[in-house]
Design a protein around this ligand. Structure first.
Ligand code: AMP
Ligand code: MG
Length: 342
């Protein structure tokens, strides 16, 4: 299949993208979190095409993207808590899980009786949704198992020739996928950390439950609350290892490793300036930048075939740091090395 790539999302290009979706085709488009791979959200065939193009297991449900928060009524049984969250965070990087209405095909929800809903804030995503009179089902636009795409180039790398259209729209501002939260009356459970942080959600409920599998490996037979979180996502080709220890000990360890061709180091700007090896990549000076660049850095290491092990200091878990930690720890299969200066 020839994939049409649109570099300038004009009115007419977006109308064409909407009609591709309406006719059951697949269109990748930018959102503020990561690029999404969109299909008609009420059409089983489109959902099947999404799973096939990504090589994604069909028990890993898709998020329905909506033009506005009040459209949720059409697809789910909403509640006062939904509207509280919608007022605060929509449009934006928050996905909520609610009981689904019959109109949503089982194929989209992986057979679950709940549905995931999000209203993206990115102007291109928003403009596209406004041209559709249906929700867009859209998982991340990467091949299953590869880091999520935060630039059009990443989508082209993974999906060129497998989907109808790619709308390019620069780098995604947030860089990690949406926060997923399930609502049960007045109670909230965090299923996937993102830019809407536990601290922000805690203002809306007495106690926020955090799925324990976000911070440690799954126990035998354990099922995470978001089915997709059980897969070893976000995995680059090299083995990622998180470093634990004092700042000085970690820097000393990285200095020792930096000239080895088979080692990659993923660190902050500050550490980067203290190091000099060819395989040192900085992913930023603060948590927001780390979130934004994490996946692009992992893809960059993938291009360096000689790199077999990537060492990265374990991220702090406050704020959006929990999302960075969760994605990196999953990429590492939760492998941690304690370092201590000799
Ligand atoms: P992606 O679109 O690639 O970011 O993946 C969507 C994520 O949302 C996966 O981890 C899914 O398991 C999760 N998800 C989608 N629908 C539901 C649902 N009804 N209940 C729980 N998690 C869901
Ligand atoms: Mg994904």
């Amino acid at each position: 299949m020839k994939t049409e790539i649109i570099y300038s999302p004009t009115e007419s290009a977006l109308s064409r993208a909407a009609s591709v979706l309406k006719n059951g085709g697949l269109v990748a488009f930018p959102t503020e979190t990561v690029y999404g791979l969109g299909g008609h959200g009420l059409c089983t065939d489109s959902a099947d095409k999404i799973y096939a193009a990504k090589g994604r297991p069909t028990d890993n449900p898709l998020i329905l993207h909506l033009a506005s928060a009040d459209e949720a009524e059409k697809y789910a049984y909403t509640c006062p808590m939904y509207y509280k969250l919608a007022m605060a965070f929509m449009p934006g990087p928050l996905t909520v899980i609610l009981p689904k209405k019959e109109i949503v095909p089982d194929r989209v929800t992986g057979g679950l009786d709940t549905v995931a809903l999000r209203v993206p804030a990115h102007p291109v995503a928003s403009a596209l949704l406004k041209r559709c009179d249906f929700p867009i089902a859209a998982p991340s636009a990467n091949t299953s198992g590869r880091p999520s795409p935060t630039e059009a180039e990443h989508v082209i790398e993974d999906l060129d020739g497998r989907i109808d259209m790619i709308v390019a729209g620069g780098s995604c501002e947030i860089g990690v996928e949406s926060t997923i939260v399930s609502i049960d009356g007045e109670h909230l459970t965090l299923l996937r950390p993102g830019a809407i942080t536990p601290e922000m959600l805690s203002c809306f409920c007495e106690e926020l439950t955090i799925d324990p599998s976000l911070e440690r490996p799954l126990l035998e037979g354990e099922r995470p609350l978001a089915p997709g979180m059980k897969y070893r996502h976000y995995a680059p080709k090299a083995q990622v290892v998180l470093l634990e220890g004092s700042e000085e000990d970690i820097l000393a360890f990285m200095k020792e490793q930096q000239e080895k061709a088979e080692i990659g180091l993923l660190c902050s700007d500050e550490q980067f300036y203290a190091l000099s090896g060819k395989n040192v990549i900085s992913y930023g000076k603060n948590q927001q930048e780390e979130a934004q660049r994490l996946f692009a850095c992992l893809r960059e290491f993938d291009r360096r075939e000689h790199v077999k092990t990537i060492y990265a200091p374990k991220p702090q878990k406050d704020g959006v740091g929990l999302a960075v930690y969760n994605r990196l720890a999953k990429a590492a299969g939760f492998t941690v090395k304690k370092v201590k200066e000799q």
